[in-house]
Design a protein around this ligand. Sequence first.
Ligand SMILES: Cc1cc2nc3c(=O)[nH]c(=O)nc-3n(C[C@H](O)[C@H](O)[C@H](O)COP(=O)(O)O)c2cc1C
Length: 237
Amino acid sequence: MDVHEALYTTRMMRRLHRDPISLETQARILDAAIRAPSGANTQRWHFLAVDDPATKAGLATIYRHCRDRLYADIEAGLLAKPVSDPEAHAETMRRVTASGDYFTDHFAEIPLLLFVFAIDDHGGANIYPAIWSTLLAARAEGVGGTITTMLRYEEDRVMQLLEVPTEAGWRMTAMLALGYPRGRWGVAANRRPVHEVSSRNRWGRDFGVTVPAPLWPNGSPGPAAQHDTNVSRPATG
Ligand SMILES: Cc1cc2nc3c(=O)[nH]c(=O)nc-3n(C[C@H](O)[C@H](O)[C@H](O)COP(=O)(O)O)c2cc1C
């Protein structure tokens, strides 16, 4: 698969078929993911694949409980606010809430729960390259899913259930829910454009090029791009 297609279309897929992911496919995904960098190449990561139905059912109960706690936090106004455009964010939240409800109701049917653990993950920096590579490698296999951190509300329960050696310093960073998606892949267009989230030389100064619409598969930068020879369009595959 073209690398730009993977980058542009790896959405969070919460509606998944029950079909299992073969061990060969899982091996290809993780073998690609562990090529990711970590500080000083310490590789203090561990990937725990859960496909046992009884364990998934236990985790489904915990996930629902965590989600109730998230809703309580939202109600109490404790969650981070978007940087701008609250209306667009509210629309995203409506979509995420609907698919999140589906995800919670069908949690036990998700074919593969991939828990990612790390020791001293450096604020996530040491482990998110491997997490995102996992999702990209899965995308290349036609496997979709979503990153979740919800279970961290009840991390102790999860650690106990999965017999994680916490005394050695292992902490749960995320859980990736993986399976073959029911929906279709599409460009993640609900993102603030490059020129709104970037600046040049000083915070807040014009970035020098506008990107009014996604550049893949066949967009082009806006007018200011004429003055910037460093801009190149991603190749299409
Ligand atoms: C660090 C992190 C934690 C997340 N945790 C959850 C989660 O617990 N549950 C969930 O359904 N989605 C979770 N997500 C997925 C986000 O909601 C999702 O990336 C966002 O809505 C954009 O989705 P899209 O790529 O399909 O547009 C998480 C994403 C990240 C990066």
